[in-house]
Design a protein. Structure first.
Length: 180
């Protein structure tokens, strides 16, 4: 089923990104920018360098930052859970010595919060995401190194295919994690 042009225009008009970047200024005209046309006229060596600088480095930086972010968040939740465990253990030890104080300490509440936090961390899988993003950043670094061995237009196109496959694979895995 082909989408009607007006339908696509309506989607774009609702897009905050499109509005902010002024992508809607020329809906009736050619969507290929002058910049893109200029890039297409460059030699494959120039396009390779531009691709490595603009796309590969951007993706590598993004994945590396996301890896560090998820690692930091995962550690933060682990520390919070550990602190609550210690607090709960201290309350339980105190209650063993002073059973008459059992109504004054929120031991059950703390235990419930701990369980909820463990469940939250398991659902979000911060450590798994961190490792996945780190692996993708490393893979992108390896792909970048391949750029030094490109010696033809065909090699360049194969290089782009490999790089975009790596980006696409991680994006697909990300979408799958969000659905689950």
């Amino acid at each position: 089923m082909a989408l009607k042009p007006q339908y696509l225009k309506n989607i774009l008009k609702d897009s905050k990104y499109a509005i902010q970047t002024k992508a809607l200024n020329n809906l009736e005209g050619d969507q290929f920018s002058i910049c893109l046309k200029t890039i297409r006229k460059m030699s494959y060596e120039q396009r390779r360098d531009l691709y490595v600088e603009q796309r590969i480095e951007d993706q590598r930086t993004w994945y590396a930052k996301k890896s560090l972010f998820n690692k930091r968040i995962g550690k933060g939740w682990a520390v919070a859970i550990l602190i609550l465990y210690v607090l709960s253990l201290a309350m339980t030890a105190y209650l063993a010595k002073e059973p008459s104080q059992s109504t004054s300490l929120p031991t059950e509440l703390i235990t419930t919060i701990i369980s909820a936090l463990i469940g939250w961390v398991q659902i979000k899988k911060y450590n798994e995401l961190s490792a996945s993003y780190a692996l993708t950043a490393h893979e992108i670094g390896l792909i970048k190194e391949q750029s030094y061995y490109i010696s033809s237009e065909k090699d360049f196109l194969d290089f782009i295919r490999d790089a975009e496959t790596a980006f696409s694979r991680e994006h697909t895995q990300w979408q799958a994690r969000r659905i689950v």
